[in-house]
Design a protein around this ligand. Structure first.
Ligand SMILES: [Zn+2]
Length: 161
């Protein structure tokens, strides 16, 4: 118990660090997956004020919550490149139903882009690709939230000891 203060301050430190770096980036073959709790992170990550018609300033002044946000998800081309990205605002990924819906929504946009919107000939491939990627992203997000949960439980245990 003598180190309780130290442990709490260490925990606050780590939680603080986590808040500042909730951004996660995964490089996949066809696209870059970007996850964050803050929708405005996508602008700072690409270092732009405007992104495909969206504005950093508008994002900052928007009341971004878990119910409503300037960006929930976004799929488009990385500025200055040919590569595509898929961004998900994790604050808007509530329960499993919302997670799966929003992830699949964005993977469908991305899949259409990657298949040149050739829905006449590639309908099944387009939807199947979106579905496979949605499972992959869902697993990734699920795994991360379980690790965070595990770590915070360990913190509580440490403090109790
Ligand atoms: Zn959409």
């Amino acid at each position: 118990m003598k180190n309780l203060k130290e442990q709490i301050s260490r925990m606050n430190e780590i939680m603080g660090e986590k808040d500042n770096s909730s951004l996660e980036v995964y490089e996949f073959q066809n696209y870059t997956l970007i996850l964050s709790n803050d929708p405005c992170d996508i602008f700072t990550y690409f270092n732009v004020d405007e992104l495909h018609g969206l504005s950093y300033e508008d994002c900052l002044s928007y009341d971004n919550t878990t119910k409503d946000a300037y960006i929930a998800g976004l799929s488009n081309i990385i500025p200055g490149t040919e590569k595509k990205f898929l961004f998900l605002n994790k604050s808007r990924l509530g329960n499993c139903k919302q997670k799966m819906g929003l992830i699949m929504h964005e993977t469908m946009h991305l899949s259409l882009e990657l298949h040149n919107h050739n829905i006449m000939e590639m309908e099944e491939e387009i939807i199947s690709w979106a579905e496979e990627e949605a499972y992959k992203i869902f697993d990734l997000i699920w795994e991360i939230s379980r690790i965070v949960q595990f770590l915070s439980l360990r913190f509580v245990e440490t403090i109790r000891d």
